[in-house]
Design a protein around this ligand. Structure first.
Ligand SMILES: [Zn+2]
Length: 477
């Protein structure tokens, strides 16, 4: 904190009754009147979150010390009367996924972006968090720095991007890559086999940092939740990620374990791509309103493709396993007629409407699936034009160095011009951009040709239920 920086002091505690309620008490550095805003969405999920539905009460302390219910001026905003500096609220916290806030007897898990208020004119205020009811022997997993027993977020953007979890029994491990400490924290009845888990993290972390040339954060934290209910979810943050997989025994099966490592590699890639190489619409994040972007095919498509590719290139999975992963992806691609109706760029814009649901049949594509297919086509095109000297990853490294490091938001023009430059000609990828990013053309023939160029044979068939199936395997000599 600089000498002139204002500070918000926040006290968080669970309801003593054991009810799933989090009590938050915040003292702001200025007295009312003003208004306080609750985020309306959380980065990583590009739709409105409606977190205010979990706020059960909102009170301000008047000058005479009494508490008064505060009135809203908007669905996600409260008026703070003259003289009021201290505000307290109750947040119902019983959802356990990678982007939620949840309290239990043995867990305090908070994503500040769904429960913390901020002053729209105080975005540079520092936040001091105190976990008042957490015993000193509990373990706490977070990327937030701890100073004199309190966690400190340097400003609102940092606060909203810094989840934390506290429990008497967290599993913890640490490894180092390129001099950067990486932490694994896990909550759950079952946790993955330790040595294998650390070794795989080491592999894909080494591989990704090698290819980007540097890592964006001084340290990094993987926060794993293994609850007893069905869940499969990961959310990226600047210096950490939360990954939820359940029921917990899943992480002991080969299939569940592979899924877990796949999510982990994907989320780490986000530390560069989207947390730093970020669409201009989200730099910085405006939590007060919907912020649609057409660049979801970069944020999620490139990350989906690269996350899996790094598993293969770093030796976490073999070619056979990469082919199975890619078959699954391509099956989702060819069985969705929506990709031929709405481009992946427009589907990205519309994630704010129904991007995380099935939606109307045949309407839209997926930024993850169609975006990853486009990334693959771009990758092969660049390799073809450069004699495999460069690839899509070369372009991502340049985007990291030219935009991400300085936190300059990227536009579609920036992205495509870097890809073209790496490929060696101004219009080298223009057809892919036109047909498959902003158009809705069939991709199959180009996909099969791209696979063949890489020594793989891609075919499709239809099963007895009418579902299209994909087969991908090494070409025979
Ligand atoms: Zn992602």
């Amino acid at each position: 904190m600089t000498e002139t920086q204002k500070q918000v002091r926040v006290d968080l505690r669970r309801d003593p009754s054991g009810e799933p309620v989090l009590h938050i008490d915040a003292t702001f550095p200025v007295a009312g009147p003003y208004s306080l805003q609750l985020p309306t969405w959380r980065p990583g999920r590009y739709e409105l979150g409606q977190f205010a539905q979990y706020i059960c009460s909102m009170e301000g302390q008047l000058v005479d010390g009494t508490w008064e219910q505060l009135q809203k001026s908007d669905l996600h905003r409260w008026d703070i009367p003259a003289g009021v500096q201290r505000v307290r609220w109750a947040f119902h916290a019983d959802i356990l996924n990678a982007g939620s806030t949840c309290v239990m007897d043995d867990l305090l898990y908070v994503n500040p972006v769904n429960c913390m208020l901020y002053h729209p004119d105080g975005m540079d205020w520092n936040y001091q968090l105190s976990l008042t009811d957490i015993p000193s022997d509990w373990m706490i997993g977070t990327a937030l720095p701890k100073v004199d027993g309190h966690f400190i977020a340097r400003d609102v953007q940092h606060l909203m991007d810094s989840p934390f979890m506290a429990s008497p029994k967290l599993w913890h491990a640490e490894y180092t890559s390129h001099g950067i400490p990486f932490h694994l924290w896990a909550y759950g009845q079952q946790t993955p086999e330790k040595n294998r888990f650390i070794a795989d993290h080491q592999r894909f972390t080494d591989g990704q940092i090698d290819h980007f040339g540097s890592f964006p954060a001084p340290d990094y934290h993987f926060l794993y939740l293994f609850p007893e209910r069905e869940v499969r979810h990961g959310v990226e943050h600047e210096d950490s990620t939360v990954i939820a997989l359940g029921p917990s025994a899943k992480c002991l099966t080969n299939e569940g374990y592979d899924e877990l490592i796949g999510i982990a590699s994907h989320e780490l890639y986000h530390a560069w791509n989207v947390k730093r190489i970020r669409p201009a619409e989200w730099m910085p994040y405006d939590f007060s309103r919907a912020c649609p972007s057409r660049l979801g095919y970069i944020a999620e498509g490139v990350t989906t493709y690269m996350g899996d590719l790094f598993l293969f290139e770093s030796g976490c999975i073999d070619l056979e396993q990469w082919c199975r992963l890619t078959e699954k992806l391509l099956m989702r691609h060819i069985n969705n007629p929506g990709r031929l109706n709405m481009s992946v760029a427009e589907s990205s814009y519309d994630t704010w409407l129904d991007g995380y649901q099935m939606g109307v049949p045949g309407r839209k594509g997926s930024i993850y699936v169609e975006g990853a297919v486009l990334a693959l086509l771009c990758d092969v095109r660049i390799m073809q034009l450069t004699g495999s000297q460069y690839s899509l990853q070369t372009a991502m490294r340049i985007l990291w160095e030219q935009y991400g490091q300085d936190r300059i938001g990227i536009t579609a023009e920036d992205y495509w011009s870097v890809l073209n430059e790496v490929a060696g000609a101004p219009e080298a990828l223009a057809d892919l951009r036109e047909k498959h990013a902003y158009g809705c053309e069939e991709t199959w023939d180009e996909l099969a040709a791209a696979m063949e160029w890489q020594g793989l044979k891609l075919t499709q068939s239809v099963d007895e239920n009418g579902l299209k199936r994909v087969q991908l395997s090494p070409l025979k000599d």
